[in-house]
Design a protein around this ligand. Structure first.
Ligand SMILES: C[S@@+](CC[C@H](N)C(=O)[O-])C[C@H]1O[C@@H](n2cnc3c(N)ncnc32)[C@H](O)[C@@H]1O
Length: 249
């Protein structure tokens, strides 16, 4: 991972422009996001999120636990965390894309959860130091304009020993599977995603950002570099997705 670097969408020359691109792109697809997510992942995204919920259950089931699902998007992981949480735990969703939060809010009301939602940038959170026991980030970290700055900010708001869990796309280590996956993500995904969302650019950005994203070993080293301990990662579904965990120092 290059220090000071994050996502680099086509045409974005600065971190501010990268951030604006990401916010705008998710805003355009928000209404169709869930449908496309489940369809294009053949519903396996539900399994990835449920594995994440299991990995952090020892924290969410604690009375008084303070949990934030950052980059919560339309709220699927957020609501799954909330469902399994202790009644006295606080589970909060955060995202910097307003239309995504609107979708999350609707879903939360529909399911009776009424989860608090915060419109915020992960790189500059409006939260005090050492205030959270757990932060989860599902498929959002890859889009940060600056990965190291993001990790430092997440570390700042976690209590010492608090847990960070990042679920993110990754590059499958097996060359055969990698080839198949690359074919799918660079041809089928932009075509189907483009037609159904009306925004081919968004579904071209997706495989492009995955391809440029650091491999699991490098991200793990970066977590350690900013002070996280007990850093682990677990590949799922042939390494299409990896769950990274670590404890704040
Ligand atoms: C691919 S969606 C994932 C949504 C949800 N976590 C899920 O699993 O479906 C990525 C989300 O991350 C949000 N995001 C990306 N960068 C962010 C940042 N710097 N601060 C806050 N939210 C961000 C986007 O707005 C988008 O809603």
């Amino acid at each position: 991972m290059t220090p000071g670097r994050g996502t680099t969408p086509r045409g974005a020359a600065t971190e501010e422009q990268a951030s604006q691109y990401v916010r705008g792109m998710f805003g355009r697809v928000a209404g169709r996001y869930d449908l496309l997510n489940h369809l294009l992942s053949f519903q396996v995204d539900r399994y990835w999120r449920s594995r994440t919920v299991s990995a952090v259950r020892h924290i969410t089931t604690r009375p008084g636990a303070r949990v934030m699902d950052l980059c919560c998007g339309t709220g699927d992981l957020l609501l799954a965390l909330e469902r399994g949480a202790h009644p006295e735990a606080l589970v909060l969703g955060g995202d910097f894309c307003h239309p995504m939060l609107v979708e999350a809010g609707r879903k939360s009301v529909r399911t009776g959860a009424h989860t608090p939602l915060l419109e915020c940038d992960a790189l500059s959170l409006p939260l005090p130091d050492r205030s959270l026991d757990l932060i989860t980030v599902a498929f959002g970290f890859r889009n940060f304009a600056n990965y190291r700055k993001g990790l430092r900010e997440l570390s700042r708001v976690l209590k010492p020993g608090g847990m960070l869990a990042i679920l993110e796309f990754s590059t499958p280590p097996n060359p055969v599977f990698r080839g198949l996956y690359n074919y799918y993500s660079t041809t089928v995904l932009p075509a189907v995603g483009g037609i159904l969302s009306g925004d081919r650019d968004a579904y071209t950005y997706l495989p492009d950002s995955v391809r440029k994203f650091p491999v699991a070993e490098i991200l793990a080293a970066e977590l350690e570099g900013v002070g996280f301990t007990r850093v682990r990662f677990k590949r799922m579904t042939f390494g299409i997705v990896t769950l990274h965990t670590g404890l704040a120092g």
